[in-house]
Design a binder for this molecule. Sequence first.
Ligand SMILES: Cc1cc2nc3c(=O)[nH]c(=O)nc-3n(C[C@H](O)[C@H](O)[C@H](O)COP(=O)(O)O)c2cc1C
Ligand code: SF4
Ligand code: SF4
Length: 290
Amino acid sequence: MDVEVYYFTGTGNSLYVARSIAEKIKGTLIPIPKVINQSRIETTADCIGIVFPAYLAQHTGVPVMVENFVRKLEKMDFKYLFAVCTCGGYENVNALPTLKKLGRIIKQKGGKLTAEFSVRLPMNNLQYPPYVSHDHDKMFSDSREKIEDICERIKSRKKNRHKLLKTILNLIMTPLYLMLKGLYVTDLKKKAHVAPDSSLSYKELVHLSDNSIYYTEACNGCGTCINVCPAENIKLENAKPVWQNRCEMCMACAEWCPQQAVIHWNRKEGIRYRHPEVKLSDMFIRELKM
Ligand SMILES: Cc1cc2nc3c(=O)[nH]c(=O)nc-3n(C[C@H](O)[C@H](O)[C@H](O)COP(=O)(O)O)c2cc1C
Ligand code: SF4
Ligand code: SF4
């Protein structure tokens, strides 16, 4: 059975997970940004996996590019379709609603998400809420064990749906999710620099969120940010980065800048984070530009 493992990543967590799984199950590793500009995404594989981070889990969770990827998939009659959501918070209230949303998108396309998994890994430089674990070493060792278990389940083509847990959690959490959804949209409008009563869609606001990204005088025009951006959203003008409103909010430009010159959403004091087993060169998925 041909297996393809697609991934989307900003700080390397999902790349690490996707790569580990692809190696263990002998699948082909494919970055979603590499295929996303095709009008239709065709595959002959009969098993595919989608590995991605949770973004604003209580709102939509699924990154815009990942949703667009699924919508562009040419066929949906896979024998086995699995997804792994990486997240920084508790998996039950972050990965689970996100996987539910992904399952719905796949269903709208006529497909079925056979197995859903999650792996908790360190958050990037979002200001850490108090409930987020700072014990990164434990998270890395737990994640290794979890990935082993996921691979065994994938190899034996096990179903993994968390149906009951999702239903119960959704019932309990719905009021909180609704409140957070409103807060997230208000915050996104601020990041996008649009009026509070703007009727722009969630996707449009995400793309405009780079209106709050800027560089400091530490920038030396090295071009790393343009090459790590999954959305090809940055160009250099006079050896300085210019963001072009196609942002995916992945934070790669800020996290991978060698000079720490990119300031994201006004969070100067943010902790820079990259998965320790992912190298800068692993993030370069296209021919290098300057
Ligand atoms: C814009 C944005 C929103 C995020 N929202 C959530 C969230 O709602 N819940 C959560 O647990 N983690 C959230 N995270 C953290 C990521 O899901 C987590 O760090 C993930 O492992 C990053 O994967 P990556 O390194 O592959 O980009 C968010 C990260 C970003 C950049
Ligand atoms: S990666 Fe940093 S230093 Fe290099 S061009 Fe981008 S902002 Fe400037
Ligand atoms: S501009 Fe930065 S945050 Fe936006 S998609 Fe590109 S790398 Fe990610």
